[in-house]
Structures are given as C-alpha cells and as structure tokens.
Design a protein around this ligand. Structure first.
Ligand code: GTP
Ligand code: MG
Length: 340
C-alpha cells in the first residue's frame, strides 16, 4: 500500500497513542497528572522562559485547584504558588519613584507605568540631597572574645547578616574606602572588627550567621560573641541587619531578629546587592520584607536599600547614620528637600 505524507503522519500518531496506552512502553507519568497537557507536546521545543512559567513547575496543590471545575475556571489567591503571589504584588507608584531617585534604574516604557513618568516630568523642581561624606575610616580593635572588646567611648553602629551577604563591602562603600577586607567566599570576617569613623562614631563589622561551612562549635562561638556584644554594649546605637535583596529574609535572619527583639535592641533591615534585581522585583521584595518585619517591636519600619557595587542608596544611608549619631540636625533630616 502506498501512503502519502499526511496518512503516514496519521498512522504514526495512531501507533504512538496506542504505545502510550499499552503497558509495554512503561506508564507515562503525565497520565496520572490532573494537568491535561497533550502527551504529544514536545517539551524540548519550548523556550526556557515559557518552560519556566509552565504549569508543570507550579506546586501540585495549585495545579489540582486550577483544574477543579467547582471553581468555574477562576483561581483564588490561596491557590497560587508563592512565586505567582509574589508576581501579583503591586508596589505603589511612590515606591518606584523613590527607587528611581536613589539610582536603582528606571521603569520600562510600558503603559502600566506611564502615569509615574508623567508625574515625574511634572516635578521640575526636584532638588537632590547633597552628597554626604563620612570621615576617614580606621580599624582600631578586633575581638574574638568579650574580654577583648575595646572600652566604650564613641557611639557604635553594628552590621550583622548572613555570611557573604555583603556587610564588609557595605562598610567600604559607606566610607568610600577599601580598607575592610571582603571576599566572594563566605566566612571571611571571623571576629568583631571595630572601625572609627573619624571622631564621629564607630562601625562594627561582625561575622556572618547561618554559615553552613564552618563547624557547629565555631558557629556557636560567633553567635555567643555577637549576642554578648549586642546585649551588653551600652554605646551600641543601632544594629543594621544586612540581607541580600535577591533572597529577602531567611530563617536564620528571622531567628536573629527575634534575638534582637528579645534584647530590646533597635535594628533596621538593609537590603544590599540591589543592583542584581530589576526594579519591579526589587520593589516587590521590599514590600515583602516590610511585611515580614511588621511583628518586631524594635524594628525600624523603613527598610534601607543599597548597592555597594553601584553606590545606589548609599548616600541616603549615610544621611540616616549621621542623623542617628546626632551629626545631622533634625530640621535638615526631616525637611522635605525635594519640594521648594
Ligand atoms: N553585585 C554586588 N555584589 C556585592 C555587593 N556587596 C557585596 N558584594 C559581593 O559579595 C561578596 C561578599 O561580600 P562581603 O562584603 O565580603 O560579604 P560579608 O557579608 O562581609 O561576608 P562574611 O564576612 O563572609 O560574612 C563579595 O564578592 C562582594 O564583591 C553589591 O551590592 N552588589
Ligand atoms: Mg565580612
């Protein structure tokens, strides 16, 4: 029998379907799935991004709910995966404006953000903040045990966070220097390092917590050292909890925040490495983090956003620090400098 092209492919499809249904070929996994994808759709032909967004990657609960007829095709918030929920967060326009002003890029030219752009062009009288500079940074003490803490004199600001999150780099960036040692390998800072900022105040760089590559004894020793310092230091004015903007607050961070709250130490979350996020994702991440810290009594509600690499947001952080240690007058700090 001579077959033309179309009857050949029809025969091929018929054979393939009977093969899938027969046990000889092994049970195809997607047959049990509630997701009704045609078994003949070749996954390899999909683009990576399409594959990423494919319902196959969504948790099974979501999948089941999505195909549930009782919902009449609608999907409620509870049925969405965390990733989908994250994408649905709609940050307010003023947050985008703030991030643009801090130097975190500009919004894409989409219809959705047109109103922000129009609003911006109307604001012709924007006066940027002056450039704040910190005096020379100098290392004056390193402490591996509480007995080697230097005597209390200047007010201190501590920097904590998970390993490799960018604490030491942030100190360098704030003080426009490179004297603090940094590394792309976690666990470089292994003691409390005290740096004086001229005669204004001191910054204390601390080891990272939640570091899986050091042994438990070492980790406990660092944790005890930090807890003792934070709990007993009278000159400690504020603790900056540095987190990676790509990850938000992790369990180790929450655990540390609980300890700070218990010791009634005022702390503020600083999101760094913000250059590695696109603007809408960064804005959403900020909203999630702000929501996460709502329950902490000693948390400063505003989250600081910086990039040590590009310097975005660093000037704003310097301004906050100078105000905190009393070197910036209240009227200069609170005055809305952006309006005439
Ligand atoms: N892209 C980018 N990379 C950063 C930023 N800040 C720090 N890094 C990089 O992150 C890595 C870790 O930086 P460190 O400052 O050593 O991190 P750390 O938190 O002090 O690490 P430990 O001392 O090990 O706890 C380095 O390779 C830095 O170059 C940032 O804002 N943007
Ligand atoms: Mg470090």
């Amino acid at each position: 029998m001579i077959l033309n092209n179309s009857s050949r492919s029809a025969l091929f499809l018929l054979k393939r379907s009977s093969c899938i249904q027969s046990t000889k070929c092994g049970p195809p996994t997607y047959f049990n799935s509630t997701f009704s994808r045609s078994p003949f759709v070749s996954l390899s032909t999909k683009t990576p991004s399409a594959y990423r967004d494919s319902p196959r990657r969504v948790s099974s609960d979501t999948l089941i709910n999505k195909t549930d007829n009782s919902n009449h095709g609608t999907t409620t918030t509870e049925q969405l995966s965390n990733r989908q929920k994250f994408k649905q967060i709609d940050p307010p326009l003023r947050l985008y404006e703030k991030l643009e002003r801090l130097g975190f890029g500009t919004l894409r030219r989409t219809k959705r953000y047109q109103s922000v752009r129009q609003q911006k062009t109307k604001d012709k009288h924007l006066i940027p903040d002056p450039e704040y500079k910190l005096p020379l940074l100098s290392f004056f003490a390193g402490a591996k045990t509480p007995t080697s803490f230097p005597s209390e004199s200047l007010e201190e600001i501590g920097f904590v966070g998970r390993s490799n999150v960018g604490k030491s780099s942030l100190l360098n960036s704030l003080a426009s220097t490179t004297i603090v040692r940094t590394s792309d390998k976690p666990g470089l800072t292994q003691q409390l390092n005290f740096y004086s900022v001229g005669r204004l105040f001191s910054m204390v760089d601390m080891p990272g917590y939640g570091f899986a590559f050091v042994d438990d004894d070492q980790r406990k020793q660092w944790r005890d050292l930090m807890e003792t310092y934070i709990g007993e230091r009278k000159t400690l004015k504020r603790v900056y909890v540095v987190i990676d903007a790509r990850h938000g607050l992790k369990l180790a961070d929450i655990d540390f925040l609980k300890m700070l709250d218990m010791k009634r130490v005022k702390f503020q979350v600083v999101m760094t490495k913000c250059d590695l996020q696109v603007l809408p994702t960064l804005a959403r991440r900020i909203m999630v983090v702000q929501d996460d810290i709502k329950g902490f009594r000693n948390a400063v509600k505003d989250v600081l956003v910086v990039s040590s690499k590009t310097g975005a947001g660093v000037n704003q952080m310097r301004k906050e620090m100078l105000f905190l240690v009393g070197h910036l007058k209240e009227k200069d700090f609170y005055q809305d400098k952006n309006k005439k």
